[in-house]
Design a protein around this ligand. Structure first.
Ligand SMILES: *Cc1c(COP(=O)(O)O)cnc(C)c1O
Length: 467
């Protein structure tokens, strides 16, 4: 399998080359040259496989530069029940009522769905860096979920260091404790006196200095990484098999969305032939994606027009993976994709809007703080199940968009324990914590506090690398 940029530039690459890279050289995102097709006979073979076996089957369609035995071992070591809350299904499906399901993606170490992909990425990085005899220093900025998932995936791994910037004092006590309690030598927490945008600006400044970036072997693990997206394709198949009895049934998925990474994996699964009726994109008040699916106009907004909401991991107004879907919609016409994504905004013609819904199965909706609270309460009252604010956005939109006779699967993207403040506001009670996480706020913390200054961040990196 070869990978090409959405903007049509550069040479085709193989999986392990794009694994350690970010954007393609022409500024586009990598996509496989085609989507391998899965027919009824293949689905029949896969139904009943353990999660790690299913992961291997799907990954091996896209990865031909890692020997099968190695890839098999990586999948088996990654998707173990011990890592995912003791659940042998890894992504168990819960029936809320007939035809309405919740697929649990948040039983990993940081209690959010990002672990599903990041855990695999950690194993693949260690494997590939070991094979090349190279080292990688991951630099990132986080306001919560991504940074902690990256640290738990990379902790203790050979060849990898993580330098994670977060806004000092602005993450929840639980999120701070999750990250700062890690004592692994290769994990470096940098708390910056400033806001998340300051952290992101520093990461950009460090990465834009190509000489520094190259000499320090700086890399990233952001959501545009193709391996992360590919890992996420697996749980669409796993959810489908749990919700259906035979392969001529169809299901729909509703996905709480920000950067369009999660639902883009659903798009890939559907393009491969998984019988998905609808892919419903759920946003919060930051509804740039909902606006596109309603009107055909995509107009990313700046940080000043991004609301801070109670589903903070979806507070995104420029969806970094969206270009992948648009490349498929545009029939992989690189020049057309480039024109759209280098303009401040674009609008697609009516004929394409029609195809977004009919050919690609997309629908959408948005949710507000009041909706979120009401959905958390009603889900608890009706189904006896506590959900987190992001999943609540998904459930709210799923109920609106559900079609008669088609099972709807809502993806659970985090556990309520992570967002205690909103849960208390909705229900009046503290959400329960999974075993082993009581009192993590009292553990010793490993973090360096810095000013919002590129020089100080570089100094910390250099000191850690012994330079
Ligand atoms: C990252 C995240 C999302 C959004 O996922 P995207 O892939 O960015 O669309 C939703 N919910 C939670 C809890 C997240 O951490």
């Amino acid at each position: 399998m070869r990978y090409l940029s959405t903007r049509g530039g550069g040479d085709p690459k193989r999986f392990c080359d794009i694994l350690l890279e970010g954007l393609a050289e022409d500024g586009g995102l990598y996509l496989p040259e085609r989507y391998p097709q899965v027919d009824g006979a293949t689905l029949a073979c896969w139904r009943g496989l353990a999660y790690h076996e299913l992961a291997f089957e799907i990954l091996s369609l896209y990865i031909d530069d890692i020997p099968a035995a190695d890839l098999q071992r990586i999948c088996a070591q990654t998707y173990r029940a011990e890592v995912f809350g003791g659940r042998t299904e890894i992504t168990p499906l819960n029936e809320l009522e007939p035809g309405l399901y919740l697929e649990e993606l948040s039983n990993g170490p940081t209690l959010a769905f990002k672990d599903m992909a990041m855990q695999l990425l950690g194993a693949l990085f260690e494997y590939e860096l070991g094979r090349r005899g190279e080292q990688l220093n991951i630099l990132g900025a986080t306001s919560g979920d991504t940074g902690s998932a990256a640290e738990y995936a990379m902790r203790g791994r050979a060849g990898v260091n993580v330098f994670m910037l977060s806004p000092h004092g602005r993450m929840s006590p639980f999120q701070q404790a999750q990250m700062f309690s890690l004592q692994d030598k290769n994990i470096h927490n940098l708390a910056v006196r400033g806001v998340f945008d300051d952290c992101q600006d520093i990461v950009k400044a460090v990465s834009n200095d190509l000489t520094y970036k190259k000499s320090r072997k700086i890399g990233t693990v952001n959501s545009i990484n193709w391996a992360r997206l590919l890992a996420q394709v697996v749980y669409y198949f796993a959810g489908y098999f749990q919700a259906t009895k035979s392969n001529d049934e169809r299901v729909s998925f509703c996905v709480p969305s920000g950067n369009f990474g999660n639902v883009c994996a659903g798009h890939v699964a559907r393009q491969m032939g998984l019988p998905i009726a609808q892919l419903v994109v759920a946003t919060n008040e930051n509804d740039v994606l909902d606006e596109f699916f309603r009107t055909g106009r995509y107009a990313p907004r700046g940080a000043a027009h991004t609301h801070a909401t109670s589903s903070p991991s979806m507070d995104i107004s420029k969806a970094s993976n969206f270009e992948r879907f648009v490349a498929d919609l545009f029939g992989r016409e690189g020049a057309r994709v480039r024109a759209a994504f280098t303009a401040p905004a674009f609008e697609i013609p009516a004929a394409d809007r029609e195809r977004v819904a009919t050919e690609f199965g997309f629908a959408s909706g948005s949710s507000s703080h009041a909706d979120r609270l009401a959905t958390i309460r009603s889900c608890q009252q009706r189904y006896g199940r506590l959900i987190d604010p992001h999943t609540a956005d998904g459930l709210k939109v799923a109920v609106e968009q559900r079609q008669a006779g088609v099972p709807m699967i809502v993806l659970e993207t985090a556990l309520p324990a992570k967002f205690a403040e909103t849960l208390v506001e909705a229900t009046g009670a503290q959400p329960p914590r999974p075993a082993g996480l009581d009192g993590i706020e009292n553990l010793p913390k490993r973090v360096q506090v810095l000013d919002a200054d590129v020089g100080q961040v570089r100094a910390v990196i250099d000191a850690a690398l012994g330079l």
